[in-house]
Design a protein. Structure first.
Length: 154
């Protein structure tokens, strides 16, 4: 994903606390998640690419990527978050803090005014996918100012 130029929310908008359940919780994705994030998605490339959110085949790269390149991506996502042009969250297991997925909230490249949301979970946590989508969809509708959200149902 390339970094869009326009903020998704007003400068005075207070970004809401991310949701948490008894099975998973979200927190802003950043460089400190690099090793665990890299291990999570590289263990599930085929599973992620088979999902509706990444069926276009642009991500994740079938051949993977070096840990250093993943760190660059995580830094970019953190910068996007700070600039309010995109909000990326890691999905962590509860109990524990294993990285089990990711949620991306960015403006649509094809449809101005639409917020595109994509997510994935590791193959060994696929049973959480529908619940993650429900929780994130409810959170976006309740706590964010977005009028139009595109998030592929499962």
């Amino acid at each position: 994903m390339t970094s869009p130029a326009q903020p998704l929310v007003a400068a005075d908008f207070v970004v809401p606390d991310p949701p948490a359940t008894d099975r998973f919780r979200l927190e802003p994705l950043g460089p400190r998640h690099n090793a665990a994030d890299h291990a999570a998605w590289t263990s599930s490339i085929a599973h992620i690419r088979a999902g509706a959110d990444f069926a276009d085949g642009s991500w994740p790269p079938a051949e993977g990527m070096p840990l250093a390149a993943n760190l660059d991506d995580l830094r970019r996502h953190a910068e996007d978050f700070d600039r309010r042009v995109g909000f990326t969250y890691t999905v962590l297991s509860v109990p524990g803090d294993d990285v089990i997925g990711c949620v991306y909230i960015y403006g649509s490249r094809r449809d101005p005014g639409v917020i595109d949301v994509r997510s994935w979970v590791r193959a060994d946590h696929a049973f959480l996918d529908a619940g993650l989508r429900r929780v994130v969809s409810d959170w976006l509708a309740r706590a964010w100012p977005f009028e139009r959200v595109a998030y592929a149902p499962r």
